[in-house]
Design a protein around this ligand. Structure first.
Ligand SMILES: Cc1cc2nc3c(=O)[nH]c(=O)nc-3n(C[C@H](O)[C@H](O)[C@H](O)COP(=O)(O)O)c2cc1C
Length: 445
């Protein structure tokens, strides 16, 4: 069968999408603290045969700008953040095939805790769980989690490596056939098939035995979105779905190759790892209608949205500088947050020392930057070009507003992709691994 796209919905358990302005869109639902809201989104994605809905997360509201949360709360800049794993379960209960991904940080939790959470979700949803592995990069998260400072960039990934070793160790510590549950003999499980992990490492100690029997997928699917060299190396070692943000076919192709090379370098099969690139789509039956929709959306963002989210992502207070003041070499070098975003702005602006305004313009943060706008066929053309041009294996579809943007995508773009043979017409199985075509890992005895 011809290669087909993997489709993921980029979801947020919060008051807006990844674009803070979205809550101001008149067609956005505002009942984001109800199960109903997430369940309706899940049903839309499943109707469109999305492989997965995935919730992003961060362990703080964006209050790095001016060191205060007043603007964040006042403007609704991603200030409400529900627990994504709890939300995932609500979505799981309203769907039966949709994969269910949530973000959890390796910087502050214990691996036993995360292993148990995702194994539980996998059990209760019949094998649809996925974990987006992140390292926490900003000050607010450190302060909320009992630390005084952020862990340095590469050290975060070193810790994450060991975190994953422990999590997989626990997931592999029950054999598939360990449960006996024979009432007659009184034998519940075979002790020879349940092992202790006895991990003692640099960052973690975890004894076990793990308390969740082996789950339907064997191991929940691992997602990662590292962009830096160290981040890509981490993704190459662990990830089965990798999120990327291709700016165009050429850079997407280079990024895709670099990620697949990392997978091969880690001794894994690049064909069993899916690179999904971010796409924001604005679709309507005619081009004029789509352009009108986009024109309306484009006047919703406020400057404060970008300043706040840039401060959060780069872990630097953009309120400490004037709009047209250039960043010094030392300030640029000191950025410990998303260094790839910093480097992208330097490259795109053509300035070694960009200003605050350059960061707003060239990062596209908080705006529907690079959105694909047009008819179903226009959008399918753009997705097809990236997919067949070797820039990705699929897409993480971000929404200008919910659920409307997903309803448009599912009703308009999905049938066009299916007609072109680029996207599946139905789920291949019941677990996320089956739907992605990934093998079920064996437990190591
Ligand atoms: C589609 C996508 C989703 C992401 N979701 C999250 C998230 O939920 N939480 C988070 O802290 N970072 C998220 N990130 C950021 C990455 O995890 C990563 O920190 C960032 O790309 C910088 O990479 P680096 O750490 O290798 O420099 C996401 C990135 C992309 C492209």
């Amino acid at each position: 069968m011809a290669r087909q796209m993997v489709m993921v919905g980029f979801l947020q358990a919060q008051n807006c999408t990844n674009l803070p302005m979205s809550w101001r869109h008149p067609q956005s639902r505002l009942d984001f603290m109800s199960a109903d809201y997430y369940q309706d989104i899940g049903r839309v994605l499943e109707r469109g045969k999305f492989h997965m809905g995935f919730f992003d997360d961060r362990l703080a509201m964006p209050d790095r700008f001016t060191g205060d949360h007043a603007h964040t709360v006042e403007h609704g800049i991603r200030c409400v953040k529900l627990d994504p794993v709890a939300v995932l379960m609500a979505m799981g209960m309203a769907t039966s095939r949709l994969g269910l991904g949530a973000t959890c940080s390796t910087t502050y939790y214990e691996p036993f805790h995360i292993a148990r959470q995702f194994a539980t979700v996998d059990q209760l949803t019949g094998g649809r769980a996925a974990w987006n592995v992140v390292t926490s990069l900003n000050e607010g998260e450190a302060f909320n989690m009992g630390r005084n400072e952020v862990v340095e960039h590469d050290a975060r990934y070193d810790r994450a490596d060991e975190f994953l070793e422990v999590v997989h160790g626990h997931w592999n510590s029950w054999d598939d056939d360990a449960l006996v549950m024979d009432r007659a003999s009184g034998r519940f499980a075979d002790p020879a098939k349940v092992r202790r992990l006895d991990h003692r490492g640099t960052h973690f100690a975890s004894r076990g035995p793990f308390t969740v029997p082996r789950s339907p997928q064997g191991q929940p699917v691992i997602i990662q979105a590292g962009q830096s060299g160290r981040g890509r190396r981490f993704a190459g070692r662990w990830a089965e779905v990798i999120f990327a943000a291709a700016r165009n076919l050429q850079s997407g192709h280079a990024g895709y190759k670099a990620l697949k090379d990392e997978v091969a370098a880690a001794g894994r099969d690049p064909a069993e790892v899916f690179v999904c690139t971010l796409a924001t789509t604005v679709c309507a039956p005619t081009r004029a209608e789509a352009e009108d929709k986009m024109a309306f959306i484009e006047q919703l963002p406020e400057e404060i949205d970008a300043l706040s989210l840039l401060s959060e992502a780069l872990d630097f207070d953009f309120g400490s500088k004037g709009m047209d003041e250039a960043f010094s070499d030392a300030e640029l070098a000191g950025i410990g947050g998303m260094q790839t975003m910093r480097d992208g702005v330097v490259r795109a602006s053509g300035k070694p020392n960009p200003t605050v305004r350059d960061f707003i313009t060239f990062s596209g943060r908080a705006r529907p930057h690079g959105a694909m706008v047009g008819t179903p066929s226009d959008i399918a053309d753009q997705l097809e070009e990236l997919f067949t041009g070797g820039a990705c294996d699929g897409f993480v579809i971000a929404a200008t507003h919910v659920p409307g943007a997903y309803i448009d995508f599912v009703d308009l773009v999905v049938p066009e992709l299916q007609r072109r043979g680029l996207y599946h017409r139905d789920y291949a199985g019941t677990t996320l691994r089956e739907n992605l075509g990934l093998p079920r890992p064996r437990a190591r005895g």
